[in-house]
Design a protein around this ligand. Structure first.
Ligand code: TRP
Length: 469
């Protein structure tokens, strides 16, 4: 057997991990769940989660991966033995479910980029002015509704999935990492530019108020919904809770400082999401001002499309910038989608000896079918997305944290110290946090997440089924 490859350069690993982490979670999901959680109340809980739980949890996955130099299933089998290997099934299902709707949403970004090419955002919006006036909203809101479901949504889901399958089937990864190298900086520059522009809008202050100034009464009153939502978003955006970071770290040399690398990844990912909020909320509160400072758009799920679409229909050179923005995000989504499908395919190859092309086509086809209902009605987006975030990722993360904190604490501390030097009390603090408080918070979040999901199934979802079937 050949010796296992390691990342050639430090930036190679960080870029790959950042390429996985930065995606629709930052650009689409973050503003959407933030607006559902009432803005600043959500943001505060979310940032606490990233810092106190996300960062220790990324180290949990890193030490498992670098220690064993194996995939998640093999790693848990080797370190824990027995039943631990079955945890891999949960990861497999999670990747499968996430990719099914991820592809639909990525398709919306592709579509939005093309709208700029074919119509320009100003003309595209102009079409919906009458309808918007009737429904007391803005044209960008209506445009989003027309893109989100229906035949177009289906076609773009198919196209996006086909490209993802093609790349994974051929096993061409090199070009992708080069693309990430350009894409992440391009994205950051575009986002900063938009944030600066948004700061000049008439209702920018109202937007910042909504986004940045938490009402503690609201947090106390809604903690049972905020907690699982913030936890789910934190794990989703960092690609945690499904063993992906185990895979990346398995290629890592012993000389690397895991804490430092983890810190860079978490900071970049969180910074990007934070800037997206600085863009979205000033635009939305300017476009649909509300005396109470609430968001008045019909489709919070499409907050980023509505806000940025609206902006690009008014600013000079908006069409060019918009094509670029939606296109770059589609690429960021592609790099994440590839790693999700690669994860599923690697599992089928390693554990069941399936051929790469067969695995990619078969899994890709099944994932495409699972995502199809989302293009029909967005209630299915909630069905899949909440299941992945509030249940599967929290479950996976809880298991991994318990594993490291209780089954292999000494091995984990030792592994973390490689490339750093003696950890002293900070190593103890990490393991202590992982053993008790983090496990407790995750178990509470998971229990709440399961209950919220159950009430969605018996409430909104059941209502939809009885109204439509
Ligand atoms: N973090 C990605 C995003 O924010 C989504 C994601 C979750 C992911 N888990 C993953 C991507 C695993 C790749 C692999 O969009």
């Amino acid at each position: 057997m050949s010796q296992r490859e390691t990342w050639a350069t430090r930036t190679g690993f960080i870029l790959a991990a950042v390429g996985s982490a930065v995606g629709l979670g930052n650009i689409w999901r973050f503003p959407f769940v933030t607006s559902e959680g009432g803005g600043a109340a959500f943001l505060l809980i979310y940032l606490l989660f990233i810092l106190l739980i996300g960062f220790p949890a990324i180290l949990v996955e890193f030490v498992i991966g670098r220690k064993t130099k194996l995939n998640p299933v093999g790693a848990l089998r080797e370190l824990g033995g027995g039943a631990w290997k079955y945890v891999g099934y949960i990861f497999f299902v999670t990747a499968f479910v996430i990719l099914s709707y991820y592809s639909v949403i990525a398709g919306w970004f592709v579509r939005y980029s093309l709208i700029g090419v074919t119509d320009g955002y100003d003309d595209a919006m102009a079409q919906y002015e009458d309808q918007a006036a009737e429904q007391e909203t803005i044209p960008a809101d209506i445009l989003f509704d027309t893109v989100a479901t229906g035949l177009d949504s289906m076609v773009f889901h198919a196209i996006f999935m086909a490209v993802t399958v093609g790349i994974v089937a051929l096993g061409v990864r090199r070009g992708i990492e080069a693309a990430v190298k350009l894409m992440v900086p391009a994205l950051i520059i575009l986002l900063i530019g938009l944030a600066v522009w948004a700061a000049t809008l008439p209702e920018a202050a109202a937007g910042y108020q909504y986004y940045l100034s938490p009402n503690f009464g609201e947090i106390v009153a809604n903690w049972d919904e905020l907690l699982p939502a913030a936890a789910g978003q934190a794990f989703f955006t960092l690609s945690l809770g499904m063993g992906v970071m185990i895979v990346y770290a398995s290629y890592l040399g012993e000389d690397r400082n895991l804490a430092k690398d983890g810190g860079i990844i978490v900071t970049l990912d969180t910074g990007i999401a934070f800037i997206v909020g600085l863009i979205v909320f000033p635009i939305l509160l300017t476009a649909t001002p509300d005396p109470d400072g609430e968001l008045l758009i019909e489709s919070p799920i499409g907050a980023i499309f509505v806000a940025v679409g609206d902006a690009f229909s008014t600013v000079p050179a908006g069409t060019v910038l918009g094509v670029l923005f939606f296109g770059v995000v589609a690429l960021a989504a592609l790099s994440s989608a590839i790693s999700l499908l690669e994860f599923v395919v690697a599992y089928l190859i390693d554990e069941h000896g399936v051929q790469r092309k067969v695995a990619a086509l078969g899994a890709g086809g099944a994932i495409f079918l699972l995502g199809l209902p989302v293009t029909y009605d967005l209630v299915f987006l909630e069905l899949l997305d909440y299941f992945a975030d509030s249940v599967l990722l929290l479950l996976g993360a809880t298991i991994l944290v318990i594993f490291v904190g209780w089954i292999i604490p000494e091995v984990a501390k030792d592994e973390l110290s490689k490339g750093i030097g003696p950890l002293g009390s900070s190593g103890e603090a990490w393991i202590w946090a992982v053993r008790i408080p983090i496990v407790i918070v995750l178990l509470v979040s998971l229990a709440l997440g399961v209950m919220d999901y159950a009430s969605f199934l018996t409430g909104d979802f059941a209502d939809w089924i009885s109204a439509n079937l």
